[in-house]
Design a protein around this ligand. Structure first.
Ligand SMILES: Cc1ncc(COP(=O)(O)O)c(C=O)c1O
Length: 382
C-alpha cells in the first residue's frame, strides 16, 4: 500500500467531537461517522497552498467542482448529469433540511426510514413539517424496505420520501430492483424522493454497485433530490460540503430560494479540499476501500463469535450495525461503552436501542483492541 492507514494519530487535543465525547480516557471512541485516518498529501498540499495565500474572504463555488463531480459520476456509474443541476451546500444535513422546506408545505408529511441517522428525523421537525416512520425489515441482518408498509403510509398529504442509500445505520446498498419498486410506488402517489447517497463511494462488496435513484427513469429524474458529497469518502467531515443534484428546474429553483438567508457561505478550504480530493485522491480512495473491506471482514468474523451478537453488513461504508437482540440486554449500548470500553453509537439515537453502531474506520490495531475488549466483556457477563 502506498498510503498509511495503520498509524494511530492523537486527536484529543484537536477538540474532535469523536474523541471528546467520553470523559473516561480508556473508552475507545467508535461512534460518530468520521474516520481516524490522515487525509492524503494530495489534499493537504492543496490546502497548504491556499492557506499560504493568506486571505480567506467570501468565496464563490469554483466552476470546476461541478464539472469534476459530473465526470466522476459518469465514470463511476454512467449517470449523465448536467452541471447546472448541482447546488452546493455546506453539508448533507443542510440539504435534508432544505429539501423538507422545499418539497413540503406546512402540514404536509415526509416518509422517513427507521432506523435512520437522526438528522433525517430532525429535518421535518426543524421545518415544522409532518413525518411518518417507515420501519425497515431486518432480513438476516440486511436492512430492507417493506414495500407494502411504505405504500400504506402514502396519503394525499405525504409529498416526500426520504431514502438513504447506502443506508445509515444499516449499511444496505439498495439494488436496482428495489429502487425500481420504490420509485413505482412514489410515482403512483406522486411523491418526491430525497435520496441521500453520501456513502455511495465506499462499496465494500465486489458484486455490488451503487445505483443512483435519479438515473432510473424520467419520473425519478424529475421528482428527486440526490445528495452526494466528498465528506465520507475522503474523511472531510470538518469541511462540510455536499451537492444537491436536482434535474427538475422548478424544484431546483425552489430549493435554491429556500437556502437564501439561512445557508451560509461555504468554507473556502472546503472547496479546495474537495476539489483536490475528487481530482487527485483517487488512489487513496481505492486503498481506503480495500482497508475498510479487511476491517469489516475481521470485525464481522469476530463479532459473530460473541454469544448474542450478530453482524452481516455493512455492504458499504465504515459503520457496522450490530444486532444485540439475542443478548437480552436492556441497554446494549451502555454495556459496550461502560463494560467493554468501546464507545459505540447507541442504537436508540437511530431508532432502535437493541442495536449498536460501531465505526470501524480506524487503524487495524485499534479495531483489534476493541474486538478483544468486546469479546472479553461479553464472555465475563453473568
Ligand atoms: C446518511 C448521512 N447523511 C448525512 C450525514 C452528515 O453529512 P454532513 O456532515 O455533510 O452534513 C451523515 C453523517 O454521518 C450521514 O451518514
Amino acid at each position: 500500500m502506498k498510503y498509511d492507514f495503520d498509524t494511530i494519530v492523537e486527536r484529543k487535543q484537536t477538540h474532535s467531537t469523536k474523541w471528546s465525547k467520553f470523559s473516561d480516557p480508556n473508552i475507545i471512541p467508535m461512534w460518530i461517522a468520521d474516520m481516524d485516518f490522515i487525509c492524503p498529501r494530495e489534499i493537504t498540499d492543496a490546502m497548504h497552498e491556499r492557506i499560504d495565500q493568506g486571505i480567506f474572504g467570501y468565496t464563490d463555488t469554483p466552476n470546476e467542482l461541478s464539472q469534476i463531480l459530473k465526470e466522476r459520476i459518469k465514470l463511476n456509474s454512467g449517470w449523465d448529469i448536467e452541471e447546472e443541476w448541482v447546488t452546493w451546500v455546506p453539508g448533507a444535513v443542510v440539504a435534508l433540511n432544505i429539501s423538507c422546506k422545499t418539497a413540503l408545505a406546512p402540514g404536509e408529511i415526509v416518509v422517513t426510514p427507521s432506523p435512520i441517522y437522526a438528522p433525517f428525523d430532525e429535518a421535518s421537525k426543524n421545518m415544522s413539517r409532518g413525518m411518518v416512520k417507515n420501519f425497515l425489515k431486518d432480513n438476516n441482518g440486511r436492512m430492507e424496505l417493506d414495500f407494502d408498509a411504505t405504500e400504506s403510509l402514502l396519503s394525499k398529504d405525504t409529498k416526500m420520501l426520504f431514502f438513504c442509500n447506502p443506508h445509515n445505520p444499516g449499511g444496505t446498498v439498495f439494488n436496482k430492483k428495489e429502487i425500481t419498486q420504490l420509485v413505482e410506488i412514489c410515482e403512483k402517489h406522486n411523491v418526491i424522493i430525497c435520496s441521500d447517497e453520501i456513502h455511495s463511494d465506499l462499496i465494500l462488496q465486489d458484486d455490488l454497485r451503487h445505483f443512483h435513484l435519479a438515473s432510473l427513469n424520467e419520473y425519478a429524474k424529475l421528482n428527486s433530490i440526490t445528495i452526494l458529497g466528498p465528506c465520507k469518502t475522503f474523511n472531510l467531515a470538518g469541511f462540510p460540503l455536499a451537492a444537491a443534484i436536482i434535474p427538475n428546474k422548478e424544484l431546483r429553483e425552489d430549493f435554491v430560494r429556500n437556502t437564501k438567508g439561512i445557508v451560509s457561505h461555504i468554507d473556502n478550504l472546503a472547496f479546495v479540499a474537495s476539489k483536490a480530493a475528487y481530482r487527485d485522491a483517487g488512489e487513496w480512495h481505492k486503498e481506503l476501500t480495500e482497508y475498510l473491506k479487511e476491517n469489516k471482514r475481521i470485525l464481522k468474523e469476530e463479532i459473530n463469535k460473541v454469544d448474542g451478537l450478530s453482524l452481516s453488513g455493512p455492504e458499504a461504508g465504515f459503520l457496522a450495525w450490530i444486532d444485540c437482540r439475542e443478548t437480552k440486554l436492556d441497554a446494549p449500548g451502555d454495556f459496550f461503552i461502560n463494560h467493554a470500553g468501546v464507545g459505540v453509537h447507541d442504537g436508540e439515537w437511530f431508532g432502535n436501542k437493541n442495536y449498536v453502531r460501531l465505526n470501524f474506520g480506524c487503524p487495524r490495531s485499534v479495531l483489534n483492541e476493541s474486538i478483544e475488549r468486546i469479546q472479553k466483556a461479553f464472555s465475563q457477563r453473568n
